[in-house]
Design a protein around this ligand. Structure first.
Ligand SMILES: [Zn+2]
Ligand SMILES: [Zn+2]
Length: 137
């Protein structure tokens, strides 16, 4: 496979992953409409590396204002949100490690490993879930 094609594929995968993340946040069929309890959205600033949380309501509002979410769902890759630390609009949805609290971006380009593996301590919530499912049967 030539380099350019590979890059294009990786880009496509990242866009897809971003769309999946947004879709999962807003249209999670397992969330239950009745519960009313939406998880906060974990964000990370690519400029200064600050990690922070906003409510999913706030996230939804900001994404709608930026035109990234239409009546039918996500319309494109999510734009950056304003970082409370440095004030730049460079914060994107990220994952917070349950073990060490490190906030990082999952890597959708990895397919031989779990994409939510923490680069600091190596913990992966998906891996744990997977292992639990394996041992539970
Ligand atoms: Zn920042
Ligand atoms: Zn960690």
């Amino acid at each position: 496979m030539d380099r350019r094609k590979k890059k294009q594929i990786i880009f496509a995968v990242i866009c897809l992953a971003a769309a999946v993340v947004i879709t999962a946040i807003f249209y999670n069929p397992f969330g239950g409409v009745g519960s009313g309890l939406k998880k906060p959205v974990q964000m990370r600033c690519v400029k200064c590396g600050a990690g922070f949380e906003i409510s999913s309501k706030q996230y939804e509002k900001q994404m709608t204002e930026k035109g990234a979410i239409g009546p039918k769902g996500p319309t494109g890759p999510p734009p950056g949100l304003k970082c409370p630390q440095c004030g730049q609009e460079e914060a994107y949805t990220a994952v917070k490690c349950k073990k060490c609290g490190n906030v990082f971006f999952p890597d959708p380009a990895v397919y031989a490993d779990f994409m939510d593996r923490c680069p600091e301590c190596g913990y992966s919530a998906r891996e744990e879930k997977y292992k639990l499912r394996q041992s539970g049967e």
